[in-house]
Structures are given as structure tokens and as C-alpha cells.
Design a protein around this ligand. Structure first.
Ligand code: AMP
Ligand code: GLY
Length: 420
């Protein structure tokens, strides 16, 4: 008998989780809360928000869920894993203590320093009279300023404009009490997703996101406009350095604690010109859209892997990866990321057009009263392809995207440009 799983969240990442778990023979039944118009095809969507911790507990209990997979960070920071565990329900996603690695930049910096992991040096500014002196002391590069709260991707400003820097610092001190000023790390970014528990860890193939809204990495920051995997910027040597200098020390640090880390540690890397990796950020969840291109490359039962991590069995598992390439392109609503125009009809995203090579991952989608597919968020969907080459995966994704119509929508035309 397979397991019953509850997936918490409703974005493209959660659609990708549904797809991978639906292909896992260890999984019998999939429930999603709240899910989206795409996830309902894999099982049942439940009208419980990812922020409704008590509602999720009640749902897990009522459905006799075998384990819960948490997509977004906020419920983890709010202690969802702790509460599930206290009811005897295994959870893929760390407890509140470790969720602070994403919830607080200062907490993450202290953990990295304690574990001896390379990251940018930083100052804490908590006094508005000090700002100019602090900026002068780090005047050689753009300034990197980070709020110390969960800010939904809007908590970091990288700028050479002193006025903008001062304004952001002042505002952050006012709302949060303090703010971090970090050394600018030059280089190329990549994402390494590490599935971890008390017993061990598995590094998934590295991927690369495209955070800026427009082609050529221009425009405002977004949640991510597309991704591909594996990312060749992480060469074998850099991979090895990342494991030795970052993953191993973090695993030793986290697994030595009373509360183990169970879930995925998202290591946001900056790789400098010497090929040395630094941590830009930790997240305590799968990346979105990195998840869409990483899970399809796992050669085996993803349900078993996630359940294994939720129950400290990773060290017993053999995980291998397909030698293929995956690429996903995000379709965003008009106005995203500043403000997104929603409730527009989407044509051409019918799941019946999906193949084993190319498929649509829904994110901000819903059904209107007549049952038509409409947009309901900033990032509406992404088209993912898996193929023998990255070039081919890219062609397939753009071909499929060409069949989809959403008034005013936009997407990048250059996903994968650094690798191709
Ligand atoms: P974070 O939320 O910490 O990932 O920061 C958001 C983005 O800001 C990152 O993806 C990087 O592009 C950039 N960034 C953050 N910290 C640094 C840094 N120390 N040096 C250069 N860029 C950074
Ligand atoms: N794609 C970046 C993130 O999920 O944080």
C-alpha cells in the first residue's frame, strides 16, 4: 500500500511536486492545500491556506496523511513542522528553529559563521546616525542591503545609489529595528538543493534561476522567470568545493543539534572568478522555479526520497539522476512583478497537450464560475521540458509556450542563455 501525502502550497513548485509524487510508486494518494487549477488533476485540492497552521493540522489528521511536504517557507517559519511532529505526522520541511535560516538573514549569517561556511562579511546597522559611516566603510562596490525578516523576495537591495541605500536602510531600521549591510560578491549565481535529514544528505543537480524580469537579466527582481538544470557553471571541481566547504559543514552543524534538519536546504551560491563558491542565501524549501527543473531529473521514486528525509532514512538511500537536461520558462501576468493583472482567460494550457517531454506547471491559475482557466497570480504558469540536450529542452518549452495565450502576459526569451 502506497502512502497518502499532503502537499502544502499552490504554486508552480507545488505542481512540480504533485507531478513527481504522482509518478512515484510509493505514493497512493495526493492531497494539496490549497493547490491550484493544475494540481487538482493529481488528487484533491483542499480549501485550506498554506498560512492556516491549525487548518492544515486538522486536514492532515482527518485525511490520515502519512506525511506532509511543505512547499513555501512561511508555514515552516510559523512552526508547521513542529506541530505536525507533535501529532506524530512526519514532515518534509524543517522545524521552526531551522526555518530561521531563511526567516532571518542574521540567524543564517551566525549559523554560517559557526559552521565555517564562506559568505559575504556584513555589518548590522541599527542606528540611523551611523548610516553614512557604514556606507563609506563599504564604498568600493554596490551596496548590498538586506532586511532581516521574511520579505517575499523584496527584502534585498543592491545599489550604487547612496540616496536609495540610505532610504532603504532608514525604512528597514524603522520597521525591523536593524538591517544588514553586506559585502558585494561578484560572480555567477547557481542554486544547489540539498535534501537533508539527521542521517545524511543528497545533493540534487545544481540549477540556475533567472531572477530579473526581462531579457539580458534586466529589469526588476522577480520570484524567478525561468530555470534550467543542470547548470554547467557548477563544474565538477566547483561542485566538490561546494560540498566540502558548504554542504558538509552545514550538515555537521545542523545534524549535531537536538532538532535535526529534515527537508531541503536551498543553497544560493555565488561563484567567483576563481571558481570559489560563497553562500548568498539559504532557503528552507525547494526553489520556484528550480523545483520544476530539478525533480524531473531524479531517477527514481521522489516520494520515497521525500518520505526518507522526513523520517531520517536518507543515509540508507541510493539516489541517482538522469543524464538529461530540463528547462522551464515562466509566463507572467501583465504588470508583474510590480502589480499583476489577474482574472484573465488562459487558452492553450490544457493538460491533455502535455507529454512526457513537455508539460505545463500551473502556478497562479484558477477556474472561474464557468470552469474556464483564468490567471490568479503574478507568475501564472511555466512550461517545462526534459530532453537529451539543453538546446532541445529549450526549443520544446518555447514551442509549447507559443500555444498558450493570456492577454498582456510576458515571458523571457533567453532562458538558459548563460549555458547555451
Ligand atoms: P537574497 O534574498 O539574499 O538571495 O538576495 C537576493 C539577490 O540579491 C541574490 O539572488 C543576488 O542576486 C543578490 N545578492 C544578495 N547578496 C549579495 C551579495 N552579497 N553580493 C552580490 N549580490 C548579492
Ligand atoms: N527562485 C528563487 C527562490 O525560490 O527563492
Amino acid at each position: 500500500m502506497g502512502r497518502t501525502v499532503l502537499i502544502v502550497g499552490g504554486g508552480g513548485r507545488e505542481h512540480a511536486l504533485c507531478l513527481a509524487l504522482s509518478q512515484s510508486s510509493s505514493i497512493e494518494e495526493i492531497h494539496t492545500a490549497p493547490g491550484n487549477a493544475g494540481t487538482r488533476h493529481f488528487g484533491s485540492n483542499h480549501d485550506v491556506a498554506a498560512s492556516d497552521i491549525d487548518g492544515l493540522l486538522e486536514l492532515s489528521h482527518r485525511l490520515q496523511i502519512d506525511f506532509v511536504v511543505v512547499g513555501p517557507e512561511a508555514p515552516l517559519c510559523d512552526g508547521l513542522a513542529d506541530k505536525l511532529l507533535s501529532k506524530g505526522i512526519p514532515c518534509f520541511g524543517p522545524q521552526q528553529l531551522h526555518a530561521e535560516l531563511e526567516g532571518s538573514k542574521l540567524f543564517a549569517k551566525k549559523a554560517m559563521n559557526a559552521a565555517g561556511v564562506p559568505t559575504a562579511e556584513y555589518d548590522i546597522i541599527d542606528d540611523s546616525t551611523n548610516i553614512n559611516a557604514c556606507l563609506d566603510a563599504r564604498s568600493h562596490d554596490p551596496w548590498v542591503i538586506k532586511r532581516d525578516v521574511l520579505a517575499g523576495g523584496k527584502g534585498v537591495v543592491v545599489t550604487s545609489n547612496r540616496e536609495e541605500a540610505i532610504e532603504f536602510i532608514e525604512r528597514s531600521i524603522q520597521s525591523d529595528g536593524h538591517v544588514l549591510l553586506e559585502r558585494f560578491l561578484p560572480g555567477e549565481e547557481a542554486s544547489m538543493l540539498v535534501v537533508m535529514d539527521k542521517s545524511g544528505y543528497v545533493c540534487l543537480p545544481p540549477s540556475q534561476d533567472h531572477k530579473r524580469a526581462y531579457d539580458g537579466d534586466k529589469g526588476p527582481n522577480t520570484g524567478g522567470m525561468g530555470a534550467y538544470c543542470p547548470a554547467p557553471v557548477v563544474t565538477e571541481t566547483i561542485h566538490q568545493k561546494t560540498v566540502e566547504r558548504i554542504v558538509e559543514p552545514m550538515f555537521s552543524y545542523l545534524s549535531s543539534m537536538d532538532i535535526p534538519y529534515r527537508g531541503v536546504l536551498y543553497v544560493g551560491l555565488m561563484i567567483d572568478e576563481n571558481g570559489d563558491p560563497y553562500v548568498v542565501e539559504f532557503n528552507v524549501r525547494f526553489g520556484d522555479p528550480e523545483c520544476q527543473v530539478t525533480l524531473p531529473l531524479v531517477d527514481g521514486d521522489v516520494g520515497e526520497l521525500l518520505y526518507g528525509a522526513a523520517t531520517d532514512q536518507i543515509s540508507k538511500m541510493e539516489v541517482s539522476f538522469k543524464s538529461q537536461h530540463a528547462l522551464t520558462v515562466v509566463l507572467a501576468s501583465e504588470g508583474y512583478p510590480q502589480s499583476a493583472i489577474k482574472d484573465r482567460l488562459i487558452h492553450g494550457a490544457d493538460q491533455r497537450l502535455d507529454t512526457s517531454e513537455t508539460w505545463v506547471s500551473h502556478a497562479g491559475t484558477a477556474l472561474d464560475e464557468q470552469g474556464n482557466l483564468i490567471s490568479s497570480g503574478g507568475r501564472v504558469l511555466s512550461v517545462t521540458s526534459v530532453s537529451e540536450t539543453l538546446q532541445k529542452a529549450r526549443e520544446l518549452s518555447y514551442q509549447r509556450l507559443g500555444l498558450i495565450q493570456l492577454e498582456g502576459s510576458h515571458h523571457r526569451l533567453d532562458i538558459g542563455h548563460r549555458a547555451l
